[in-house]
Write a protein that binds this ligand. Structure first.
Ligand code: SF4
Length: 289
């Protein structure tokens, strides 16, 4: 772990990453890709030392409230968060200034901050995004080794449901020859139905590979799935998009099941929902008139 002072914390679309790098070890992680120009090892977490000061200044300056997003490039609940609590402190700032939050993680450490998630959601909107890729717990431990299992993430989704905090599931990525099966998909969809998720994001049944993450992914395939790297090489070469042969059949099941259960699956609609700030008090006042 090392500290670095940064110039800004919020992106033009109000996204932020408190940390850079991640210790969750997902074998397919796109954030490892060379195009992101990380100057340190991926597991050597860069802690943005002035992130909280910058966040507070930025929120104070904003004329209009909005949703603040986090978790796109680095999980906000990495191991280090247990001691540093920078994510928690960022949530306190977001709560203090009445902004909304859209937060993405694979860790049940998020439950520590349930009080803040509830508070943000009472004043504005808090959307918790969880990634679910692998129903089988043994395979999940290989693919996403250092983070909560799929079942543990399902438990988090249910806690959010019980606390009226809306959730979105990223059904992504799906790895050809590993978890691109109907059984896997139906298992995850059953979890989503029971947890009453608002929406499921799934672009297609596949993954993306490019310089940096491809090498890491192939090394892990060699270790855990002997012979599979050669199969990927033969079928996909150096393609960026790696789409499963079962894509159409699985996408049909996915869309049909979502429709049947009132789960939003239109990607644009879900992103719009996650980016739209809603002040709860205002809604109540309007309905009074
Ligand atoms: S949790 Fe996200 S950022 Fe961390 S290793 Fe997994 S995919 Fe990468």
């Amino acid at each position: 772990m090392h500290y670095k002072e940064v110039k800004g914390i919020l992106s033009p679309r109000n996204g932020m990453n408190i940390y850079r790098g991640c210790t969750h070890g997902c074998i397919y992680c796109d954030s490892r890709s060379r195009c992101y120009n990380m100057s340190h090892d991926f597991e050597d977490i860069e802690v943005k030392s002035n992130a909280l000061i910058l966040l507070e200044e930025a929120l104070k300056r904003k004329r209009k409230k909005c949703m603040i997003g986090t978790g796109a490039m680095s999980d906000p609940y990495i191991h280090l968060e247990e001691q540093l609590m920078h994510t928690r402190k960022a949530l306190e700032i977001i709560d203090k200034y009445g902004f909304g939050l859209s937060i993405q993680t694979k860790s049940n450490r998020i439950l520590r901050d349930l009080d803040l998630l509830k508070s943000i959601n009472e004043k504005a909107k808090c959307v918790v995004q969880m990634t679910l890729t692998t129903y089988d717990e043994g395979t999940c431990k290989i693919i996403e080794p250092n983070v909560s299992s799929t079942k543990e993430r399902f438990e988090v989704l249910k806690v959010m449901r019980d606390n009226k905090i809306p959730t979105v599931v990223w059904l992504d990525p799906i790895l050809p020859f590993i978890n691109d099966t109907e059984e896997n998909l139906r298992g995850i969809l059953d979890y989503c139905i029971e947890a009453k998720v608002y929406g499921i994001l799934c672009f297609n049944m596949g993954l993306t590979l490019r310089a940096g993450n491809r090498e890491y992914f192939y090394a892990k395939l060699d270790k855990h799935f002997p012979g599979l790297k050669e199969k990927y090489h033969k079928k996909y070469g150096y393609s960026y998009e790696i789409i499963s042969d079962n894509n159409k059949a699985l996408m049909d099941i996915f869309k049909y099941t979502c429709k049947e259960n009132g789960i939003v699956f239109n990607v644009n609609e879900i992103f719009k929902y996650m980016h739209t700030f809603e002040a709860k008090e205002k809604v109540e006042q309007l309905s009074f008139f």
